[in-house]
Design a protein around this ligand. Structure first.
Ligand code: NAD
Length: 429
């Protein structure tokens, strides 16, 4: 006989991986269900026990309000939980292939803790098939239990947007799925307890996995098209934003903007899909072309800045160049897969002295992740060129004049995000 799923009052949730996705989820479930937040990072667990979240996604008050939430670093404490939600990273390796090691390791952890009737729900972004082909067999092996008889699985992708205080976990409709009709109902009902925007129950796990990965792939390809248009219009001497403004007056023209595509989602997830496509013998031309264009935008910005400097008789070699912003997007401390590093690398290849200033980013993290030293407050009148790479509110508050004050009188100002008035900068995407 198949093992019974936990009844509502028996539910004991473990959230595995307390990052941008896992912590808000644990804090929200921790208001209604007994919830254990588990992370292999002991420092993170210690900080959360003090109600401090360095990612700034969950406030101290929200952590205090999650009365049934506790934290653990020792996997032994997971025993007794019966719903395991896995929210660990799914990065790519240096060859841009999915790096499934965190997911595999978290599945081993779950396999050692899960008992009959347990449910493993994956939230990490993967390719269609990964949950049932990679994760479930690991849980079976570690637990000695049989899938869909002793334990069940599900996939419910996360859609949160770091730094976005408007679109929150509870207010974004959530896709759910389960490995049997009963498991699907159980999982859908579980999320309905916390998601006020409602849920969409997909027909199976692979559909839910595919839905998540195409959400970000669609965005990536759309931005790539606009980036390609920006490259063309630059050569034609046409202002891309003016073109987009004009075209945007048509009801079905989509409002994408050119820019760097960073972060651990949009610039990474498409590779999960292309990996799976190639595995089954299909070469995805459009998706990979989009990735190539988006990945080239950082060095493009650097080359354009260098050209403008040359046109003003400013040597790039030994010049001082200020980059404002390192985070992958505005008003957020997240530096994962930030493409600002491509601007830095290209400028350094011209032997420029590149100084990076970002009031949001932790200097230790920049050093640890990228080997980059950041500066505190930039000096006035020092720079030959300034690149506004990320439009943090502090930079916008300075205005073009305040930003130009960091430069020498004829310094070049490049506005990657088109955040300043066009006439006040020398170039923009
Ligand atoms: N951040 C987002 O905006 C976002 C949105 C939607 C989906 N996602 C997806 O959600 C997943 C998690 O992303 P994130 O941004 O929360 O990552 P993150 O890097 O912020 O956090 C991951 C956490 O997992 C922990 N961890 C790693 N391996 C572990 C293991 N084996 N056991 C326990 N803990 C482990 C890490 O220490 C870290 O605290 C990824 O697949 C990502 O693509 C992220």
């Amino acid at each position: 006989m198949d093992a019974a799923l936990p009844s509502r009052d028996q539910i004991s949730i473990a959230v595995i991986g307390l990052g941008y996705v896992g912590l808000p989820l644990a804090a929200t479930f921790g208001r209604r269900f007994k919830t254990l937040g588990f992370d292999i990072n002991a420092k993170r667990v210690a900080e959360l026990r003090q109600h401090h979240d360095h990612t700034l996604e969950v406030s101290e008050q929200e952590l205090r309000e999650a009365r049934d939430l506790s934290f653990a670093n020792d996997p032994e404490e997971l025993k007794g939980c019966n719903v395991f939600i896995i929210t660990v990273p799914t990065p790519i390796d240096e060859y841009k292939r999915p790096d499934l090691r965190p997911l595999e390791s978290a599945s081993r952890t779950v396999g050692r803790a899960i008992a009959k009737g347990g449910v493993a729900i994956y939230e990490s972004t993967v390719y269609p098939g990964a949950t049932e082909e990679i994760c479930v067999p690991i849980i079976e092996r570690e637990s000695g239990l049989t899938f869909n008889r002793d334990f069940y699985a599900g996939y419910s992708p996360e859609r949160i947007n770091p730094g976005d205080k408007q679109h929150r976990l509870e207010t974004i409709m959530k896709v759910t799925s389960g490995s049997t009709p009963e498991a699907a109902d159980f999982i859908d009902d579980l999320y309905r307890q916390i998601i006020t925007a409602g849920t969409h129950k997909a027909s199976c796990i692979r559909v839910a996995e595919a839905a998540k990965v195409i959400e970000n792939t669609q965005r990536d390809v759309n931005i790539a098209l606009i980036n390609e248009l920006a490259l063309i219009f630059h050569r034609l001497g046409i202002d891309t934003h003016e073109v987009l403004e004009a075209a945007g007056t048509k009801w079905n023209f989509l409002p994408f903007r050119p820019g760097l595509v960073g972060g651990h989602c949009i610039g990474v997830d498409p590779y999960y899909l292309t990996h799976k496509a190639q595995q089954i013998g299909y070469h995805p031309d459009v998706i990979l072309a989009g990735r190539r264009i988006n990945d080239g935008m950082g060095s493009h910005v650097a080359r354009r800045t260098a050209k403008l400097m040359a046109q003003r008789n400013l040597q790039t070699t030994q010049s001082n160049i200020l980059i404002l912003g390192l985070a992958f997007k505005e008003n957020c401390p997240d530096v994962r897969n930030t493409r600002v590093v491509d601007i830095v690398a290209e400028l350094r290849s011209y032997n420029a002295n590149v100084h990076i200033h970002d009031p949001w980013v932790n200097a230790d993290e920049a050093r640890h992740e990228y080997g980059l030293e950041m500066i505190g407050q930039p000096e006035q009148g020092k720079y030959d060129a300034i690149i506004l790479a990320v439009s943090h509110r502090e930079f916008i508050a300075l205005g073009a004049e305040g930003i130009r004050a960091f430069g020498k009188p004829d310094a070049v100002l490049f506005d990657v995000k088109r955040a300043l008035p066009r006439q006040s900068v020398d170039d923009c995407l």
